[in-house]
Design a binder for this molecule. Structure first.
Ligand SMILES: [Zn+2]
Length: 532
């Protein structure tokens, strides 16, 4: 398909060509160099940020015959392994799309478990990339769990997802999590200029930036938008007018103009501008993205991240932060985003914003102030670096005193965070122990701890954790995030001291039991005293 030409043509051929994910590239390169590969990864993040491309070039790197000689940049390597991956004929890289090809557990078991045991003599690793893994059925996840618990040495599984919330805890807690971020606009525009140059098309950095700013942090989107412009251009040049016309992009100042009218209670002028934009061919997504960007700029101006004087900074100075938050809630509401009739939806959005501005902002600022005060006075401490973590001194960790309901306690604790959009990160908790005033949470990978710390270490979430531990364990507990290691006997399902048949039994048990309810970890069941 024409639309995919640029995207395919410019697909990275080496880890060094991955755009805007420097930390991730560094981590993966180091893991290859120091031979510390994990056997199971979750690559999560927004679409178009390079997850699948990174998985592919990572698979290429671990199997490249010349990797050590070429020192990282294997983009032009023509060893047998790289060539076979480049022309999609490799038997050591298997890509599966959970959305289309493997819904059934039978398929998954057959495809994975059988093929995993076969490795062509050529390559060191067999790499499975499971795209859109959140689409797997519960049965398929159970089959996958069996493989993750006893992976053959030469196996690497990469689970790729845009929606980690939908992946079961039993899976998440066994994988190294790699979180992709949206790609910076300036990175994207630099790349677009480079592509245009090689396609012999004139494109200035400023104009490339307009395309980049409408790609939602996705390189793939940006490349597809550039493709559209290339198809419309004359004389081998792309300028601002062509871009705005082709992509139906509104001018940057339109959303704030509309907000100004609504703030001045002039709904009719706001609707008039909308009408003009629709006649010009501006798209719904561009109008919405314009409003979202304006919200971000309002917040940045409000807190001094953006210091340039503009219409937006003027508006930010008169709006309370609570009102800005409400504006963004109205803009992101689901009934607005579902485009049944986009014009009607936008008009309703305008009316909601208009009504919002009629409510005196003072009321909201007072209630906000009260909440903040409460949060601050109830602050509790979470250790933030490894050195702060309290280690048990060579004695077995005491069992929790009230562990009769321990199975459901961790579930309850995790559920306390279910409204958070990072709730899935809580599911990387592998097991827990209550010890005195500490709630020790155990993780299989440091990446999981780092990710969760970023979220949980703020006043609002500390307060939530405190309330949750109080209601579940009857006292306020300090959170202590730790790696599962051999010194800490947590009786975890994947503990290395377990023998192989134990593991198989546990896997079977887990897969069976999880049909009847949410299971967190086998360790919790073992800890549960037998009821008389
Ligand atoms: Zn190679």
């Amino acid at each position: 398909m024409q639309k995919e030409v640029l995207y395919r043509k410019w697909r990275p051929k080496s880890l060094t060509e991955i755009l805007g994910q420097e930390e991730i590239v560094k981590l993966l390169i180091n893991s290859i160099t120091h031979k510390r590969l994990s056997q199971s990864y979750v690559f999560s993040g927004p679409s178009g940020t390079g997850k699948t491309s990174t998985a592919r070039v990572f698979a290429k790197s671990v199997n490249c015959e010349n990797y050590d000689t070429l020192k990282l940049d294997i983009s032009n390597c023509s060893c047998a392994s790289c060539s076979s991956i480049n022309d999609y004929s490799s038997t050591s890289l298997i890509e599966l799309d959970a959305a289309s090809s493997i819904r059934q557990v039978e398929d998954l078991t057959e495809v994975m478990l059988q093929k995993i045991n076969f490795l062509s003599g050529l390559n060191k690793f067999k790499v499975y990339i499971l795209d859109e893994v959140h689409m797997l059925s519960r049965h398929s996840f159970n089959a996958l769990l069996k493989t993750l618990e006893e992976p053959p040495d030469h196996l690497i599984i990469i689970l790729v997802t845009t929606d980690p919330q939908k992946i079961p805890q039993t899976i998440l807690s066994r994988c190294q999590i790699v979180e992709f971020k949206s790609i910076d606009e300036s990175n994207i525009s630099t790349k677009l200029v480079k592509i245009a140059q090689s396609e012999k098309i004139t494109l200035t950095t400023k104009d490339a930036h307009i395309i980049a700013s409408h790609a939602n942090g996705s390189l793939r989107n940006a490349e597809n938008l550039l493709e559209k412009c290339i198809l419309k251009q004359n004389n081998n040049g792309i300028d601002e007018n062509l871009i705005r016309y082709t992509l139906g992009i509104i001018a940057d100042d339109i959303p704030v103009k509309i907000l100004n009218y609504l703030y001045s209670e002039d709904l009719s002028s706001a609707l008039q501008i909308l009408n003009e934009e629709i006649i010009k061919g501006s798209s719904f997504s561009s109008i919405m993205s314009g409003f979202r960007k304006t919200c971000v700029k309002l917040i940045h101006s409000k807190y001094g991240l953006e210091t340039k004087k503009s219409e937006i900074s003027k508006m930010a100075s008169i709006l309370d932060i609570t009102i800005i938050k409400k504006i963004s809630e109205i803009i992101n509401a689901e009934d607005i985003i579902n485009i049944a009739n986009f014009r009607l939806n936008l008009e309703i959005m305008f009316i909601k914003l208009f009504e919002l501005f009629q409510i005196p902002s003072k009321i909201s600022s007072i209630s906000q102030k009260k909440n903040t005060d409460q949060i601050e006075s109830n602050d509790i401490k979470i250790p933030v670096n490894q050195n702060d973590l309290i280690q048990p001194k060579n004695k077995p960790v005491q069992s929790e005193s009230n562990s009769i309901h321990s199975q459901s306690n961790l579930t309850k604790f995790i559920q306390a965070f279910e409204d958070k959009n990072w709730h899935w990160k809580m599911k990387t908790i592998k097991s827990y122990k209550v010890h005195e005033n500490l709630l020790n949470l155990y993780f299989a990978h440091k990446s999981q701890i780092d990710m969760l710390k970023v979220e949980i270490n703020n006043p609002e979430n500390i307060k939530l954790a405190k309330t949750a531990t109080k209601s579940i364990w009857g006292k306020e507990l300090l959170l202590n995030l730790k790696l599962t290691n051999n010194n800490d006997k947590t009786n975890d399902a994947s503990d290395k001291t377990n023998n192989a048949s134990d593991k198989t039994n546990e896997a079977l048990f887990l897969s069976e039991a999880s049909k009847y309810g949410k299971l967190i970890s086998l360790k919790e069941i073992r800890n549960e005293p037998k009821k008389s």
